[in-house]
Design a protein around this ligand. Structure first.
Ligand SMILES: C[S@@+](CC[C@H](N)C(=O)[O-])C[C@H]1O[C@@H](n2cnc3c(N)ncnc32)[C@H](O)[C@@H]1O
Length: 492
């Protein structure tokens, strides 16, 4: 048996101690009693720091080795299943009984599946995520809480004036240099992707106008600030927030994963691409290198039996009707759900209550599907799975995020940059592969949306291949934050 205890630092933590005896002992005990072939089992322990998440305390994940006709690498370790434990929640649970139920399959009786197995980036959880942003107003009205309160620190770092001034100062230095050589274009483009309530745009525009007034070279007059988001509601909010700067701002409905479909006209013309807290919110697969083989994590969203029964009763439905209702909710949104299915939800408010209950209950079952070859895995439309090889083969077993949406967004947007332009992104990044071996990096739930840390070394590797320097630094304007600033610019 192989045991991977990732949050090992917690074993000596004075504030939140865990012990191997308590978090692992009962699991191994139950495995021993179950008749499972222990030579083909992995046990992984995580500390799932997100109070709202998609995990049960104990889960079993089948490991499917994939292509039966493919070559068998020398010395691989072929496991049949992985038992996963969230040690943060283990203390309050009879782990031995729970593991026994999970292994016998009795724990899952009556669970309601919302979809078939699929690579996680195609799971319906991304439908929930998109719905959250498109129907944000209804969700926030129901919870009485703004989305920013769920972000790290309870407020977006995008509002930070010091951070904005630093970025603008660097922009001015570039513009001064180009202007002195007569090479500054008449229009100065800045693109922001994923604008939320517009606070980031507002801070940037206010600061730029003030700094320009002192600097005296008329840059604000030439500025075009393009706000991009896939939610029309969010764009409307942001537009109100920056009403003072209306002449310099345009708003575009853009999918962050396919920005060129709208922004291609800006190729080589953008001086700054500004993104914060968006990459961690884009569709993401996970891959794993286990015992010498490569796997793609496949997921399947479901509602646990007890919650499914309660939710079904609350909308006058049987549990087996829930997948249909959820799919209609994700397709039409809560307001139209109330019109389409008045027999189940009598008003938009009831539809929002249904949505919130489902979201709170939804879990992801997982399994590992063998990948026949990294070259056969399409990481993004222009990046082949081979880009993962140096990271997957960087040492011991590892399971890590692919950050497919972030990679697609990043590769398309850097192509828009002016030769002296840069992309600046504040977000949750895993800065090295080791971060995936020692910590849980998502998915977690932030209110109604999904969060996954972004694979920093992968973006850096892909950027380098395209002639860009990609660097990471802790967010410089707030101490104790996990937020990291990524900067990408054409290599000198
Ligand atoms: C957490 S908010 C961040 C808002 C702001 N940048 C900040 O830091 O406060 C995420 C934003 O990304 C947008 N977003 C998420 N997925 C997107 C996608 N695929 N395409 C475009 N926008 C997306 C959401 O609508 C939302 O405005």
């Amino acid at each position: 048996m192989l045991v991977d205890f990732r949050p090992h630092a917690r074993l000596c933590s004075p504030t939140t101690p865990v012990t191997i005896d308590e978090s692992l002992g009962p699991v191994v005990g139950a495995l021993g009693e179950s008749g499972t072939d222990l030579s083909r089992v992995r046990v992984v322990c995580d500390w799932v720091q997100y109070k709202q998440n998609f995990r049960e305390v104990v889960e079993v994940r089948p490991i499917l080795s994939g292509d039966p006709d493919g070559p068998v690498p020398e010395g691989v370790r072929d496991d049949d299943l992985e038992v996963a434990v969230d040690v943060r929640r283990a203390a309050g649970v009879d782990l031995r009984a729970r593991t026994r139920e999970v292994l016998e399959g009795t724990a899952g009786v009556g669970d309601v599946f919302l979809e078939d197995w699929t690579p996680t980036r195609q799971s319906c959880l991304w439908g929930f995520n998109a719905l959250y942003w498109s129907a944000l107003e209804l969700w926030e009205k129901a919870t009485g809480q703004a989305y920013e309160q769920a972000l790290p620190g309870g407020e977006s770092d995008a509002r930070n004036r010091g951070a904005a001034r630093d970025v603008i100062g660097e922009l001015f230095a570039v513009w001064d240099g180009l202007a002195d050589r007569g090479a500054l274009p008449p229009e100065l483009y800045v693109v922001e992707i994923g604008v939320g309530n517009g606070a980031q745009a507002r801070v940037f525009l206010d600061e730029l106008r003030d700094m320009d007034a002192r600097h005296g070279r008329g840059y604000y007059r030439r500025l075009h600030y393009l706000m991009c988001d896939y939610s029309q509601h969010v764009l409307d909010l942001a537009r109100e927030t920056v009403a003072d700067h209306a002449e310099h701002v345009s708003a575009f409905v853009v999918d962050a994963c396919r920005p060129r479909s709208v922004l291609a006209f800006l190729q080589f013309r953008v001086f700054l691409i500004y993104i914060s807290n968006v990459y961690d919110n884009l569709p993401n697969d996970e891959v794993a290198q286990l015992g010498g083989r490569t796997y793609l994590v496949e997921s399947r969203a479901y509602l646990p039996a007890a919650e499914a029964a309660e939710i079904a009763a609350s909308v006058n439905a049987r549990p087996d009707q829930l997948p249909g209702l959820v799919s209609t909710l994700l397709r039409l949104g809560p307001t139209l759900l109330a019109e389409a299915r008045p027999d189940h939800v009598g008003s938009p408010d009831e539809a929002v209550a249904f949505w919130r209950r489902v979201w709170s209950a939804v879990r992801l079952a997982e399994r590992y599907a063998g990948l026949a070859g990294l070259d056969l895995y399409e990481l993004s439309p222009t990046v082949n799975g081979e880009a993962l090889r140096p990271l997957l083969e960087s040492g011991a077993d590892v399971r890590m995020h692919v950050s497919n949406g972030a990679v697609a967004s990043f590769t398309e947007t850097i192509g828009l940059l002016h030769p002296f332009g840069k992309l600046v992104c504040h977000d949750l990044f895993a800065r090295d592969v080791g971060a995936y071996r020692t910590g849980f990096r998502g998915p977690g739930k932030y209110d109604g949306s999904v969060v996954n840390w972004v694979n920093g070394p992968l973006l850096a590797h892909i950027g380098r291949r395209r002639g860009f320097d990609v660097s990471y630094a802790p967010f410089a304007h707030r101490t104790g934050t996990n937020i990291v600033t990524m900067t990408a610019q054409v290599r000198d």
